[in-house]
Design a binder for this molecule. Structure first.
Ligand SMILES: [Zn+2]
Ligand SMILES: [Zn+2]
Length: 236
């Protein structure tokens, strides 16, 4: 029997009647119920309507007010699924920095359901640089989207953005100021530009920290005429 990838305790999987009757492929659990319970869902009724940050009210948060003051910045809205709690930090550390690809499975299903509910046409994962990809062996953002696009209710996933310059791997080692000062790292893959036209776009990333990455992604896509564009992150 497999053990939980976070706490190493044995996993016991008992199918519910509903799962048995639905004929739906039950996703393999990679973390236990106790570990799942340590993650905190962000409720839309208690989140900044702009960036999705968890807070007590539904007012635009201070971070977003600062973004609004910056010239040429798109007011792209973001929805965050989970708070960036110590549990999420530990998860990200094991998943990204220790490179445990199996952990992608822990959130694939919930990401799929949330994205289906967002009712968009196209999902674009935030890309990683070639250096990061070679080092880690996978794009952590794209891996979380593995189940999206697998049924007829799902939007399609297009890797329409590419990294041109700075290495995202180093981003985690940078301070906030360095991250804000970066120059545009993304460019549209010309193979996808036409396919995005007139569609509702969702830009997906693993974590929203300063918002810099999402704003760059939105700016890079600005040249394409899309119907709408929103951001969506696993953690905020
Ligand atoms: Zn566990
Ligand atoms: Zn905000």
């Amino acid at each position: 029997m497999a053990s939980c990838l976070m706490c190493q305790k044995m996993l016991s999987k008992t199918l519910t009647i509903r799962e048995l009757l639905s004929w739906r492929k039950v996703t393999d659990d990679v973390i236990c119920e106790n570990c799942k319970a340590t993650f905190t869902v962000i409720r839309e009724s208690k989140a900044c309507p702009q960036c999705g940050r968890n807070q007590e009210n539904q007012e635009i948060c201070q971070d977003c007010q600062r973004w609004h003051l910056m010239p040429n910045t798109l007011k792209i809205k973001n929805r965050g699924l989970f708070q960036y709690t110590p549990a999420m930090h530990d998860y990200m550390h094991q998943y990204k920095f220790n490179g445990d690809l199996r952990l992608a499975k822990a959130f694939q299903h919930v990401v799929q359901l949330a994205i289906e509910a967002a009712q968009v046409d196209v999902v674009i994962p935030v890309p990683v640089s070639d250096t990061t990809f070679d080092h880690r062996g996978f794009n952590q953002t794209a891996e979380l989207l593995q189940l999206v696009g697998k049924n007829r209710h799902s939007p399609v996933v297009y890797p329409a953005l590419k990294v041109v310059t700075r290495d995202k791997q180093q981003q985690s080692k940078q301070g906030r100021k360095d991250r804000m000062d970066r120059t545009q790292p993304f460019v549209i893959d010309p193979n996808y530009a036409e396919k995005l036209h007139g569609n509702k776009i969702l830009i997906f990333d693993d974590v929203y920290t300063t918002g810099r990455t999402l704003h760059f992604a939105a700016q890079a896509l600005q040249t394409v005429e899309v119907a709408s564009m929103i951001g969506f992150t696993l953690a905020r």
